[in-house]
Design a protein around this ligand. Sequence first.
Ligand code: NAD
Length: 262
Amino acid sequence: MASQTYPGLQGRTAIVTGGAKGIGAACVQILAEQGAKVAILDLDYELGNSLAHEAGSECIAYELDVSNSSLIREAIRKITEQLGLPTLLVNNAGIGHYGTVVETTDEQLDRVLDVNLKSYFFCAREVVPHMLTAGMGSIVNVASVQSFMSQKRVAAYCASKAGIIGLTRAIAVDHAPSIRCNAVCPGTVDTPMLADAISELPDQEAILQECRDMYLTKRIAEPMEIAQLVTYLLSDLSSFITGQAIRIDGGIGLEIGGSVQD
Ligand SMILES: NC(=O)c1ccc[n+]([C@@H]2O[C@H](COP(=O)([O-])OP(=O)(O)OC[C@H]3O[C@@H](n4cnc5c(N)ncnc54)[C@H](O)[C@@H]3O)[C@@H](O)[C@H]2O)c1
């Protein structure tokens, strides 16, 4: 199905966190098509494993909570044994949470930061030494348009997503030139996360239409579009890009309005 070739991925070992569904699953699909060996790290073993089977013999699903640093250490040890030194990392696992700072409890804040930000730190900490040994590596951190702007009542999520941008720059600075690290910052994407977010609301089609209308493109993104940017940033096509936060957001928030015509 791959219509595009991304040089430099063939035979390399890639790790995708949250790779069982949504954006992560689309990344797994393209990476496998490009001849990479892929490790899926996800809570959902059943979906991850069935995707791994579809993707081919050199794709393995590992069931774990990526917010647990010891489990990550152990999984990366196994991946190195089973698939070889990882030199590609997609930090993607994430959860949403609605609440202002006043409404968000310690437990809720911890959970969002643990999954959305600390897991990215933990995975990089385990994988960077392997990349340095191999003399090459590319890391892509999936952030959000909410790294830069904010809906109402997403305080913890926004804090986690803004933190990813700083982490991305720090990794790029510390481990250049052999490792590059970039962030992708999507607007709304049609994934199970979006479906979950609106599942309790009364008029879901009206909410989706409102969502589409916020974008200059008048639509939301498909997971594959985000995965293509992630894969581009992993590949040699982007070898002069590092430390960047790249928005893939249908131009949301650019229009300043006003009544003067043409
Ligand atoms: N969907 C959107 O509109 C959107 C927009 C901007 C950014 N993002 C970001 O993109 C990334 C992927 O989002 P998605 O929409 O594909 O989400 P999704 O919910 O569809 O898929 C996320 C995957 O991560 C896994 N996961 C969640 N917590 C985990 C944990 N603790 N350990 C291991 N696996 C875990 C889930 O099982 C699932 O397979 C997230 O970081 C999200 O914040 C999504």
